[in-house]
Ligand binder design. Structure first.
Ligand SMILES: [Fe+2]
Ligand SMILES: [Fe+2]
Length: 237
């Protein structure tokens, strides 16, 4: 094992990524997948905002600009029924927002989700700008590809929210997975460390808050476990 991969394993945020992957995605019913998609929507807003922060911090970074061109004001998820016309460009978080409108929640539930989402975004927005920028590298260079692959084990149905969310996820796995031309290659020069751990734990927590059934069918690691303990177990394995 070389030094760089050893460094990555030593970060506790990697353990949280694995915890998210090990949640009970495959056991969710249709309503719970929609709830999880709502949680993911708020994550996608902070992704967009963190990418903007990174661009402000590193205005001359051409790879970062290239990445932004594939995440912001882009038609690479278009067309999609009820969401995006042919060639219509938008930010990816806007795509998710529109997907969620295809199967509206009862108003009380929507308001509760929006209040929780606002609290989550408030916390992210009060995170140090460099930390927010570094989070993008962890999202794009394998982190979200792993999470999205786990999310794609959710049930398939004709519900338009599930179909749109699945389109978003599968396209992102494609965007992120190419080792030399994918999104990870555009960002891995920003090297994340455990300063970003609170952003990953906040993502895990909002997913579980919105879709509590995720904790019922989870595998291996446990939400709320001490991450160091989990990490020590992984190192021994
Ligand atoms: Fe995206
Ligand atoms: Fe990406």
């Amino acid at each position: 094992m070389d030094g760089s991969s050893l460094d990555r394993i030593n970060f506790n945020f990697e353990t949280v990524i694995q915890e998210i992957c090990d949640l009970g995605w495959a056991a969710l019913d249709e309503g719970a997948v929609i709830d999880a998609a709502w949680a993911y929507y708020f994550f996608s807003v902070q992704f967009q905002e963190n990418l903007d922060v990174a661009r402000d911090l590193f205005p001359g970074d051409e790879k970062l600009q290239h990445l932004a061109s594939e995440e912001c004001d882009t038609d690479n998820l278009s067309p999609w029924p009820g969401v995006a016309g042919t060639g219509e460009a938008m930010n990816h978080c806007e795509f998710m927002r529109r997907v969620l409108t295809l199967s509206p929640l009862p108003e009380a539930k929507r308001l509760a989700f929006e209040a929780s989402g606002a609290r989550y975004l408030h916390a992210v927005r009060h995170t140090n700008p460099l930390t927010r920028a570094l989070s993008i590298a962890s999202y794009e260079d394998g982190g979200l590809e792993r999470v999205f692959t786990a999310m794609l084990t959710t049930l398939e149905s004709d519900n338009p929210v599930l179909r749109g969310f699945r389109h978003f996820l599968s396209m992102h796995v494609k965007f992120d997975s190419d080792p030399t031309q994918g999104h990870g290659a555009m960002i891995r020069h920003l090297r994340p460390d455990d300063r970003i751990l609170p952003l990953w734990t906040a993502f895990r927590d909002i997913l579980v808050e919105f879709a509590p059934a995720l904790t019922a069918g989870r595998a291996k690691t446990s939400v709320g476990d001490d991450t160091n303990a989990s990490h020590a177990e992984r190192k021994r394995a």
